[in-house]
Ligand binder design. Structure first.
Ligand code: GLN
Ligand code: ZN
Length: 768
């Protein structure tokens, strides 16, 4: 039984790659230096895996930006607009970064390629662009360079490729009249060349990532799977093809795999879908080796050896030890590098630390599982099994995790707790009487510019350089400033500006029981961007009111309504590492209860409008459509639990900054927020079409300008947009606001843009 790994984080345990990349982009370091940093990370990673006794260590899992973009470069799928950059003078690395980030230099002004979510993770990849009759050619030497580099360290690696079918499916057609899968005939020869090259250097096993084998795929695609792997395998009969699937089970496509797929090793993800093991063991032909993904590659919990060993021994009993491999469920890209770095972090309790395992620790777990399986009588194996069992046992009964009061409250929730007193029209009437807002009410999404000074003050406060009262006074002054500015601008519904918040999840997580934070738990989100998700380890409850102090202060400064501003339960869940000892829906409900308490406190303190942001609602959608409605049911219910505690007069807003509502509009309506603000400007209001055809009954604030760009909109163009909005939805349902929060903009842009926005709303009111 061998151990193997699908991929290792490449950002560096101290984010070395991030820093080098950003310096390189800023022109502050040379390409040579960047390459050195990359090389060091690769070598460290390989040696670390070797030291952990991993039998098959991956290569080509490193990337300077994104592994899909690496494939695009490798097969020469370079969109036309970048062709001009293919010259002697411009290094290929700059071409690569141009595709990732756009390129503005001299005569060039090229836009970046599109970026999108990597399946249901928080990683984002660069979407390949495909054209009819597109040709491919071997364009980069990265994969062979890396193989060679590792070989020089004495490691014969397993090169990782995104399989040809998944690669095509990950992309997008940029012209009509064809389906990208048709390009397979042009792409396949390039894959063969790549394989030939790595085989020439001594590779004996190649990993083809084919995550689409777990998703909904058509019979046509299935047929292509059969042909492609037949054809490739025929050319390299002696090379081991490992096909890896992850994030979903493959049981529903076993027909392809069993009858048609030419591969030597199949990897399955037993974390996302443990049930598939039984079927796969029964149906998979005996000549195909099976790799069991028993260690969670997407979460930070210590593996439960007992449970993994059960799966492993079942598999071995049926197929023999030499037919089984073990591995993490997916690439370790999605977890932080090294728990050892947290040892000095005193804010993370040592009890919690012993429940955790990051990438490096997961490799040790893998080796331990192999040891225990092969040499159960070995003293070390016995010790590690026993220690593991003790940690797992401790976690299952720890008082840090289990809070009977929370569990009881959640169990007592009833239908009544997730519905408002009256239907929307009734509420709208009462809210109108209370708030007395004009038509086309203007507002913003919550945050105002997070200036350098604000960040500095916060870090001084956290570092105990300034006192609590100094910090409080500073934030109060900021609030006063933004209230005055908003009044001057003539906005109708104000916000307090969120100056006290570092991040919309962290800010709340820090004030909730059940959340913990790491110091170095960084995970790559895209390119050089990393996130440090909180860890939800236990039952969630509020320690005390979280936002009431700031919101009531802001409200005391003005007669205009100031919105209370909260992050919704689904978003908190989605952007954290979550517990694996209870269902997501249960954890979400616990968070919802904490938010509900806050909503109630805000209302009782005189706040008349409360916004609960749920930008991650869509992100949580499961990969398989058949599971969508189940998710949406509990997610929407959690939002309602959080929001439905208020009286009819109190206006609930929600905010979602994306522009895809087509397939979930009915569920969005069920959220029953009095006002929903959405991103809309880049779609020129066309996204309102789906709200119109659904006859969405509640109020909508379609974003009227793009906050991602420093560009200042004119009042005229906003008037045009609002007139367009009026064609979709009745005017008494329309709010006027930017696409999203303004924290990344500067004050000058912000004031000018909002000035234009208010002018546009006023203009529309006069036209009535
Ligand atoms: N209220 C938050 C803000 O304005 C919303 C952020 C978001 O939607 N991601 O910054
Ligand atoms: Zn937003």
């Amino acid at each position: 039984m061998l151990t193997h790994n699908l991929g290792y984080p490449r950002i560096g345990s101290k984010r070395e790659l991030k820093k080098a990349l950003e310096q390189y982009w800023a022109g502050k370091t040379t390409q040579k230096n960047l390459f050195q940093v990359g090389k060091k990370i690769r070598q460290d990673n390989w040696l670390l895996q070797k030291e952990a006794n991993i039998d098959l260590i991956p290569s080509n899992d490193f990337s300077f930006y994104d592994q899909v973009l690496d494939m695009t470069l490798l097969v020469g799928a370079i969109p036309e607009r970048y062709q001009e950059l293919i010259t002697e003078e411009i290094p290929i690395t700059d071409l690569y970064f141009a595709m990732a980030r756009g390129y503005q230099k001299g005569i060039f002004d090229l836009t970046a390629m599109e970026m999108t979510k990597w399946f249901d993770t928080n990683y984002h990849y660069i979407v390949p662009e495909f054209y009819r009759d597109q040709e491919f050619k071997l364009f980069s030497t990265k994969i062979i360079d890396e193989f060679y580099e590792a070989k020089q360290l004495g490691i014969i690696t397993k090169p990782v490729l995104i399989g040809p079918i998944s690669y095509l499916l990950l992309g997008k057609e940029k012209e009509s009249g064809f389906h990208r899968i048709e390009l397979i005939k042009n792409l396949l020869p390039v894959y063969k060349k790549i394989i030939k090259q790595v085989v020439g250097l001594g590779a004996v096993c190649i990993q083809f990532d084919e995550p689409f084998l777990g998703l909904d795929i058509s019979p046509e695609i299935k047929a292509v799977y059969k042909e492609v792997y037949h054809e490739m395998k025929a050319e390299f009969p002696d090379i081991k093809f490992m096909i890896t699937t992850y994030f979903e089970g493959v049981a529903h496509h076993l027909d392809v795999i069993v009858n048609d797929l030419q591969c030597d090793i199949l990897h399955i993800d037993l974390i996302s879908n443990p049930e598939q093991l039984e079927v796969v063991l029964e149906k998979l032909p005996k000549n195909i080796q099976l790799s069991l993904g028993v260690i969670d590659g997407r979460n930070i919990w210590k593996n439960d050896y007992h449970q993994s060993l059960q799966a492993i021994s079942t598999a071995i009993d049926l197929r023999g030890e030499d037919q089984i491999l073990i591995a993490p469920s997916c690439s370790l890209l999605h977890v932080p590098c090294d728990l050892d770095l947290e040892m000095k972090n005193e804010e993370l309790s040592s009890e919690i630390k012993q429940w955790l395992s990051f990438a490096k620790q997961k490799l040790d777990e893998l080796s331990a599982l192999k040891q225990i399986t092969l040499y159960p009588e070995d003293q070390n194996a016995k010790v590690s099994l026993k220690y593991n069992a003790a940690c797992i046992e401790n976690r299952s009964i720890s008082e840090l995790i289990h809070n009977p009061t929370v569990k009881e409250r959640v169990s007592k929730l009833s239908k009544k707790d997730s519905s408002r007193g009256s239907e929307f029209p009734n509420r709208k009437r009462k809210q109108k009487a209370l708030l007395n807002l004009p038509l086309f009410p203007t507002t913003t999404i919550g945050s105002f510019p997070q200036t350098k000074e604000i960040r500095k003050k916060r870090s001084e406060y956290k570092g105990e350089i300034i006192s609590q009262s100094e910090y409080t006074n500073y934030i109060k002054d900021e609030i006063k400033k933004v209230i005055t500015i908003q009044e001057k601008l003539g906005l109708d519904v104000l916000v307090h500006g969120e100056a006290e918040r570092n991040d919309m999840v962290e800010y709340f997580g820090e004030q909730l029981n059940g959340f913990a934070f790491t110091k170095f738990g960084w995970v790559q989100s895209y390119g050089s961007r990393c996130v440090k998700p909180p860890i939800i380890y236990g039952d969630v409850s509020r320690k005390q009111a979280m936002t009431v102090f700031w919101s009531t202060y802001a409200q005391s400064l003005t007669p205009l309504p100031v919105k209370g501003m909260l992050t919704g339960p689904v978003t908190m869940l989605q952007w954290s590492f979550v517990r694996d000892d209870q269902s997501l829906s249960k954890t979400c409900l616990e968070i919802a209860m904490a938010i509900r308490d806050e909503v109630q406190d805000l209302e009782q303190s005189g706040i008349k409008i409360i916004q609960i942001d749920e930008p991650a609602m869509r992100e949580g959608l499961p990969l398989l459509k058949e599971n969508w409605s189940q998710y949406l049911d509990w997610a929407i219910n959690a939002f309602k639990i959080a929001s439905c505690v208020v009286k009819d007069q109190t206006q609930i807003h929600t905010h979602m900054c994306y522009s895809e509502f087509n397939d979930i509009i009915d569920h969005i309506a069920l959220m029953d927020a009095d006002v929903i603000t959405i991103e809309c400007s880049r779609s020129q209001m066309e996204l309102l079409d789906v709200f119109a055809s659904f006859k969405y009954p509640n109020d909508i604030g379609p974003g009227v300008y793009d906050i991602h760009s420093p560009r200042i909109p004119s009042p005229e163009e906003i008037v045009v947009l609002l007139n367009k909005a009026k064609q979709y939805i009745p005017e008494d349902q329309i709010w006027v606001n930017p696409d999203c929060g303004l924290k990344t903009r500067n004050w000058q842009e912000t004031e000018k843009a909002l000035d234009a926005m208010v002018a546009a709303a006023k203009q529309l009111r006069t036209e009535l």
